[in-house]
Design a protein. Structure first.
Length: 343
């Protein structure tokens, strides 16, 4: 079996074919075009028994990885960190070239047994795109409202209340009677910002409706969890992706950053907060935890039990997030099994 490692870039990609002993059999450099997949396959025909390893198959390597998968080729995703470690352990003194990177990617695929196979993009990718788009719109709306707050504070004593909406901002602007030339310009800009807020309100509403429809079509059971609506369900589904890539709920918790990291030394055994992992999933679990702590729910009972065990509120909330990661994993696994039976 020949392993072909690919080092992708924005405008080019380099491929290196390695035998089972990591010996270089061939190399190829191509421009990153829509024909790159066909050119790679034509070059690789000399090795009928082959598989591909792409660095960052969900990033810069997404395009070429999807072209190869669509052609029926076996492809694995090699994280950039693993490829960098392999390059440093190689015989090239850590020098970074495209060919060395491609060989490092292939070497990782030869020796690592838990690399994620690349599959054709499915509905979870759509949910992630929709979720990220809504997050971008909300962030832009928040930025513009902050700027509008500043102008209203300059135009009227006391400014505006913290929870500012387009309706409240319009009512306040109608009361403003500018005196100076600068205030006239401030009011004009504030009106433009108000128009932007109204436009973004419509876009956020439309994006939320699209998310609700997509989540319903997916048929997930995540919305049965207290505190999980269509928006959070889409974020969880989109960023978790294929749940089968996590061998256990502990691996999933580590990926979400909710599993504590051991920091023991000698006879002292302790754990610290895990600040790694997917921060979008961590944020979603945090929002669910806050919602469950606030309202009567199974999570609130769990949180209070932890407080009774002399946990601090922060420690109890972290424990709840870890528990919720298990709950989410269970629902995702159940959903996958149901879809598999349906197929």
């Amino acid at each position: 079996m020949i392993t072909i490692g690919i080092d992708p870039h924005k405008r080019s990609l380099t491929a290196a074919a390695l035998d089972p002993n990591s010996r270089l059999l061939g190399q190829l450099r191509l421009p990153a075009t829509s024909q790159a997949g066909e050119q790679l396959l034509a070059w690789a025909e000399q090795w009928p028994q082959r598989r591909w390893a792409v660095e960052g198959a969900t990033g810069l390597g997404r395009g070429i990885a999807q072209q190869l998968v669509a052609a029926g080729e076996p492809v694995v995703d090699v994280p950039a960190k693993l490829a960098a470690r392999a390059r440093l352990l190689g015989t090239s003194s850590g020098r970074k070239t495209d060919l060395a990177d491609a060989c490092s990617v292939g070497a990782v695929a030869l020796h690592h047994r838990r690399l994620r196979p690349v599959a054709v993009e499915d509905h979870t990718v759509v949910l992630r795109l929709l979720s990220d788009r809504r997050d971008d719109l909300v962030a832009e709306r928040t930025r513009i409202l902050s700027r509008l707050h500043v102008l209203l504070a300059d135009l009227r004593p006391g400014g505006a209340r913290r929870e500012l909406t387009a309706t409240r901002a319009a009512a306040l602007l109608r009361q403003v009677r500018p005196i100076t030339v600068a205030d006239v310009e401030r009011k004009r800009i504030a009106r433009e910002l108000l128009a932007d807020v109204r436009r973004l309100d419509r876009q956020v509403k439309a994006a939320s409706q699209t998310l609700r429809t997509a989540v319903c079509e997916h048929g997930t059971t995540l919305t049965e969890v207290f505190g999980v609506g269509p928006v959070l369900a889409a974020k969880l589904l989109g960023h978790a992706g294929d749940i089968t890539r996590f061998p256990s709920r502990d691996h999933f918790a580590s990926y979400t950053g909710t599993a504590p990291v051991e920091a023991s030394s000698g006879d002292v055994r302790r754990h610290r907060l895990n600040r790694a992992g997917n921060r979008q999933l961590n944020t979603a679990l945090h929002l669910i935890a806050v919602c469950q702590i606030r309202d009567p729910s199974p999570g609130q009972a769990y949180y209070r039990r932890k407080l009774d065990q002399a946990k601090t509120p922060e420690e109890a909330r972290r424990s709840l997030k870890r528990h919720l990661a298990n709950v989410v994993y269970s629902h995702l696994v159940t959903d996958h099994r149901c879809r598999t039976r349906a197929c």
